[in-house]
Design a protein around this ligand. Structure first.
Ligand code: XBP
Ligand code: MG
Length: 253
């Protein structure tokens, strides 16, 4: 196995719990602003997460859960406009700083930076959303810590397709053996796994029942010295939180 050279981070659900308290309310605000009476509650949103990508999710909702809605003639632009409005609301919510990074994320990123480990963001969310989260949690220059920000419509086939991981690896001139992925969901894991990447999973409320068979390690969180992780699958080799030493061991195993 090659030496570990890069950490590839998913964003939504992995770096922060953005889905329930960020994306979901932002969709609802956009619907209200457009005069639509659609409300995506927490349970419905859990079902809608089967589809990645906000524009794709709106279409899925209308195809499967709100089939009586009369689609306007210019349906593509209608969806695009609604989604742009949702992005505006989402970035405003991030500016309010109410969504913290998950346990251990900031520490692991700081450790990786200190050791000169290369890092990238690999996500289906819109680039503006990545900026908003990073700037409002890790600070104004934090985007520059990530060599590549692979996001949104950069590749047409979003997760679970491997395309976004393959694109990021190509940009970094790395092969899958050189890197490791961090994911939180079935669709994200399918994407990284199909790109032949070893993957560490940190589950959340929406993804705790997902099938992560084949992942290297499944944890409830990355954790801290005083906030240990729970190992749900795999061998944490005596560690109690996810640091770079454990990431390297997992990559080499
Ligand atoms: C994230 C997504 C995104 C967000 C919404 O998945 O599926 O669609 O929910 O973002 P992952 P946009 O964590 O696997 O990258 O509305 O900007 O698409
Ligand atoms: Mg995710």
């Amino acid at each position: 196995m090659a030496t570990l050279q890069a950490l590839l981070f998913d964003v939504d659900g992995t770096l922060a719990d953005t889905e329930r308290d960020g994306h979901r309310p932002a969709f609802n605000m956009a619907f209200e602003a457009a005069g639509l009476d659609w409300i995506w509650d927490e349970a419905l949103y859990g079902e809608l997460l089967a589809v990645t990508g906000g524009k794709e999710r709106i279409r899925y909702y209308l195809e499967k859960f709100n089939t009586h809605f009369n689609k306007p003639d210019d349906y593509d632009n209608f969806v695009k406009g609604l989604h742009e409005s949702k992005t505006d609301f989402y970035t405003l919510l991030m500016q309010e700083g109410k969504i913290p990074l998950r346990s251990g994320v900031e520490r692991l990123i700081a450790e990786a930076r200190a050791e000169g480990m290369r890092m990238a963001v690999v996500t289906t969310t819109t680039p503006a959303n990545v900026t908003a989260l990073l700037v409002n949690t890790l600070g104004p220059d934090s985007e520059s810590w990530f060599e590549v920000i692979a996001a949104g419509d950069i590749v047409p086939a979003k997760k679970p397709a491997p395309d976004i991981y393959i694109w990021a690896l190509e940009q970094m001139n790395l092969t899958a053996d050189d890197a490791i992925a961090f994911e939180d969901s079935f669709n994200g894991f399918k994407s990284s796994q199909s790109a032949d990447l070893k993957t560490i999973i940190t589950i959340n409320e929406y993804t705790k029942e997902d099938d992560f068979g084949g992942a290297e390690l499944v944890l409830n969180q990355m954790g801290e010295t005083d906030d240990a992780f729970i190992v749900l699958d795999g061998d944490a080799q005596g560690h109690t939180y996810l640091d770079l030493a454990l990431v390297r061991k997992i990559h080499a195993s």
